[in-house]
Design a protein around this ligand. Structure first.
Ligand SMILES: Cc1ncc(COP(=O)(O)O)c(C=O)c1O
Length: 497
């Protein structure tokens, strides 16, 4: 049993585990209707070997597996990996294609009735909505490049090693791309690999990193550390870090701190500006539902992105033929980060746009931006606080159902913190050794999509925008069946299912 308050009150186990309970929760929840904004693949869609949706006739012609539940919605609990497609995305992308087809380069410049903003200004058009998701000023965010590329660009600006302060602190199980990025930043500055400090969990039986532990490792290396780079939510364990407190601690020790928010954006409310975060980057393809590998986003705190010249604004400077010196945080630059009004003069005078936009390099893919726009328009119909309230209930329900295993001791344990304030939507389930492949095969055959991390972890994430209590009920029914079948098979023949 969890020692945290159960949001469902003192409800009997039988009732909690009933179909009616899940149905009732969905009916009560005022955000349930957002599910209809998304295309939920059917089980037939997933089984179909051809790309695109499943068509009954083809299945009947023997091209595919025939199951009687092909028309049923699948149980998609994998928004922590790839979010589902908003229904409006196709419409927006068609509009983009029509604009390109009918206007060519004019699509960059012309305001078109019923169309999207001119591509030239599409980066500005996404700021306001993005800023609401991360708790920032619109000027502090920009949608650009991809996550790892953005981490590099931000480290190029914020990791300025000196003889005394040169270490980078990350966590020991950082997403490999972050690990490689930090490692290669050290190499880029000719700093030995030993300057990469990793925060390891104190116990080998749990990935949990308490805030005290994190702060103590940072303190231990403070005098020689230039940068701390941490995830808002840890991808493997699902642990949500105390971004505000860790940021404050780093600042009190003179250390810059950046956050990888891949698993946090669109999942939990963030207040990057108020928390004084120096910089952050994220992708838009997980809880953000922008599509596979779509353009990412970044945040740079207002205090770091000013562009100043004694008595002269950036725009004056641009029109002054660059005779005055501008003062701004060093960065790797490209033309899209330069002042819009002078960008097309082609004069080789870099005049950074104040704010996060000044960190852009290239003109962004309008196709990607259009897809992100579709997703942001769904988020804009609600807000992160309301989504979080729903998410806490969904994940608590998933947890309660996981803890209630009918056949004695479950062959798994939850490794995500049980404290709701230390996690987002995702629960990570550590299966007993040897069960993962067979359990996964069993549930996938029955239309359940979750994410596996070898050797023994399943990550299950009810996305607050489109997953339902009913999804969780169906998941648990199939998952428990799978555990029982695989365990009994393993016990009876000592081998695979
Ligand atoms: C936590 C985290 N960081 C970094 C990445 C890498 O992202 P990208 O391939 O968009 O650079 C991912 C991808 O899933 C991730 O989950």
């Amino acid at each position: 049993m969890s020692r945290y308050p159960n949001p469902f009150g003192s409800i009997a186990d039988d009732e909690l585990c009933s179909e009616q309970f899940a149905r009732g929760e969905d009916e009560k929840d005022t955000l349930s209707h957002f599910r209809h904004e998304f295309i939920i693949p059917t089980k037939g869609d997933l089984r179909n070997k051809r790309y695109g949706p499943y068509r009954k006739q083809e299945v009947e012609l023997g091209h595919d597996v025939i199951e009687d539940d092909n028309d049923e919605e699948s149980i998609y609990l994998c928004g922590n990996s790839l979010g589902l497609q908003p229904r409006r995305t196709r419409e927006y992308i068609n509009r983009y294609l029509d604009t390109w087809a009918s206007k060519g380069v004019f699509g960059h410049f012309k305001n078109l009735e019923g169309g999207h903003p001119p591509w030239l200004h599409i980066d500005d058009a996404l700021k306001e909505q993005t800023s609401k998701l991360v708790g920032s000023l619109p000027s502090e965010v920009v949608v650009m490049e991809t996550l790892t590329a953005n981490l590099h660009l931000l480290m190029a600006s914020f990791y300025r090693p000196t003889a005394d302060r040169y270490k980078i602190i990350i966590e020991g199980k950082a997403f490999p791309s972050d690990h490689y990025a930090a490692q290669s930043q050290l190499a880029h500055h000719n700093i030995p690999p030993s300057a990469l400090i990793t925060i390891e969990p104190p116990s080998s039986s749990s990935p949990y990193l308490s805030t005290e532990h994190i702060l103590s490792i940072i303190s231990q290396h403070a005098a020689s550390t230039a940068l701390v780079l941490l995830p808002g939510i840890q991808y493997y364990s699902g642990q949500l870090f105390d971004i505000e407190l860790i940021t404050r601690h780093c600042h009190s020790l003179g250390i810059m701190v950046g956050w990888d928010l891949a698993h946090a954006v669109g999942n939990v409310p963030l207040k990057l500006h108020d928390w004084n975060v120096d910089f952050a980057a994220w992708c838009n393809y997980k809880y953000m539902n922008g599509g596979p590998g779509v353009i990412g986003g970044l945040f740079v705190h207002d205090s770091h992105s000013k562009v100043e010249a004694a008595g002269v604004s950036a725009v004056d400077y641009a029109t002054n033929n660059g005779t005055r010196q501008l003062v701004y945080r060093p960065r790797l630059s490209g033309w899209w980060g330069s002042d819009k009004s002078s960008r097309f003069y082609m004069e080789n005078q870099f005049v950074p746009i104040p704010g996060a936009s000044g960190f852009q390099l290239s003109n962004p893919s309008a196709l990607d931006m259009t897809s992100v726009q579709a997703s942001l328009d769904v988020f804009s119909m609600t807000n992160m606080d309301a989504l979080r309230r729903r998410s806490i209930r969904l994940t608590a329900y998933l947890e309660a159902r996981l803890l209630h295993y009918r056949k004695g001791t479950p062959p798994y344990k939850i490794i995500t913190p049980l404290n709701p304030t230390e996690r987002g939507a995702q629960l990570s389930i550590l299966l007993n050794p040897g069960l993962l492949d067979d359990v996964l095969a069993y549930i996938e055959e029955r239309g359940v999509i979750v994410d596996e991390r070898k050797p023994n972890v399943l990550r299950v994430a009810p996305a607050p925008l489109y997953n339902s209590f009913w999804d969780i009920h169906r998941f648990i029914t199939i998952f428990h069946e799978a555990c029982e079948a695989v365990v009994s098979q393993t016990q009876s023949n000592g081998g695979h299912f």
